[in-house]
Each structure stands twice: as C-alpha cells, then as structure tokens.
Write a protein that binds this ligand. Structure first.
Ligand code: BG6
Ligand code: MG
Length: 218
C-alpha cells in the first residue's frame, strides 16, 4: 500500500480522536462497585466500540446476581450519568496524540471527513474538543439500527461524505469497529494494540504515527 489512492476518511471517536475510552471504563467501574462487584481491566478492551446496552451485558457477566430488563435500563442510565459527569470537564487538550493535526491536514487537502461513533454522546464530545466543524458528516449511535461490528455505521458515513467505501480509510481502536470497517469494504487502520486489532490492514500506536501522504493525495 504505497500509492495515495484514498479520497475519504472516516474516524471512530472514543479512543481514536478523543481520550474518552478510560472514562467509559471508569463509569462502568463505579457502577459495578456500587452494585457490589468489581470488573477486571480487560473489560476496558471488551466494551470498546460496543454500544451502551451491549457493554452493560458484558459488565454484568461479573455481577453476582441477575438483573431484570427494567433494572438493566436503570443501570445503563446511571452509568451514562457518571460518564456525562466525567466528560463535562473535556477540553481540546483531551484530543489523542496526532488527532488534531490529522484532521487539519485532511481538511486542508480537501478530503471529506466522516465520523462513525457508537456513542450517543458523540456530539457533545466533539463540541467539547472543539472539532465538530472538522467533520463533514457525523453518524452516531442514535442514527443506526445495527451497531459495530455491523458495517451499517461506516457505510452511512461513506454515503454522508459522498465517497465510495472502497475509496475510504476507516480509523478504529476497537476490534468490533475494525470488523465494521472491513465489512463496509473500506481500508482499515487500527489505532492502538496490534495484537488486539490484528484484523486491521495496518495498525499504528496513535494517529501521530500515521503517514497520511501514503494514503491520501495531500
Ligand atoms: C463507544 C465506546 O464509542 O461508545 C463504548 O467505545 C461505549 O465503550 C459506546 O459503550 C456507547 O457510548 P454511549 O456514550 O452511547 O454510552
Ligand atoms: Mg473507539
């Protein structure tokens, strides 16, 4: 992959652009401790890219008792309250390394940029980071029927930015998200742990390590 042949870019938010994956974990951990159980650190990776109710089901695997459907709704709402409290203090300093530079460079090159986030909090997070205007089209959890690993969210983002999926690069920190990108027919760049993201076409530790000129005509 040496020719700059892509003309669109679609980014995941939590763990790619925003340093917020740790806040999701902290909020789940607070909920679990209040309910009288603890969650191991691997839950951090397991809930990445996974929507709120499905993440709750993962967390409840570690609980000592069963929760009814209404109780699960209440738990998810409580976790979201804790998460919203944690992101209330977000500022542009909470962008992950390289994220601001990558968005600015693509924009300057006229490459359409989409967001494909499993989070219903995507818009407030983008606003708090001061980067909402960098995106030409935003797809969040509220507007999709099937969450990651289904390709729907990345396909909708491609339609939104007006670029065929085959001409887009998708950026993800979650295994479920990488599957979604691949199923959508995009080139998948994993951000983070290479072992965890082995399904991706390529993996880099952060966005700062990605040489954009290899993929896009700048
Ligand atoms: C994803 C996170 O971006 O959003 C998941 O990686 C999270 O960990 C999911 O569960 C849903 O977020 P929210 O804000 O809608 O509860
Ligand atoms: Mg993510």
């Amino acid at each position: 992959m040496t020719e700059p042949r892509f003309t669109g870019a679609v980014f995941d938010l939590d763990g790619v652009i925003a340093d917020t994956a740790r806040f999701h974990f902290l909020a789940w951990q607070r909920l679990a401790l209040e309910e009288g159980f603890d969650i191991p650190h691997e839950v951090d990776d397991r809930v990445k890219g996974v929507d709120r109710m499905a993440s709750l089901r993962i967390v409840l695997e570690y609980a000592d008792r069963q929760y009814s459907a209404p109780e699960q709704e209440a738990l998810a709402a409580r976790k979201n309250g804790y998460y919203v409290d944690l992101i209330a203090s977000l500022t542009p300093a909470d962008m992950l390394p390289g994220a601001g530079e990558v968005l600015r460079t693509l924009r300057a090159a006229g490459i359409p940029i989409g967001l494909a986030s499993a989070s219903k909090n995507a818009l407030p997070v983008l606003k708090a980071l001061g980067v909402l205007d960098e995106f030409d089209f935003v797809v969040d959890a509220a507007t999709v029927t099937n969450g990651k690993p289904d390709p729907e969210i990345f396909l909708k983002a491609a339609v939104g930015i007006g670029i065929a999926p085959a001409n887009c690069v998708g950026f993800e920190d979650a295994p479920a998200g990488v599957t979604s990108i691949r199923q959508a027919g995009m080139y998948a760049i994993g951000i983070g742990n290479a072992e965890l993201l082995r399904e991706a076409d390529e993996v880099f530790p952060t966005l700062a390590d990605v040489s954009l000129a290899r993929y896009f005509k700048l």
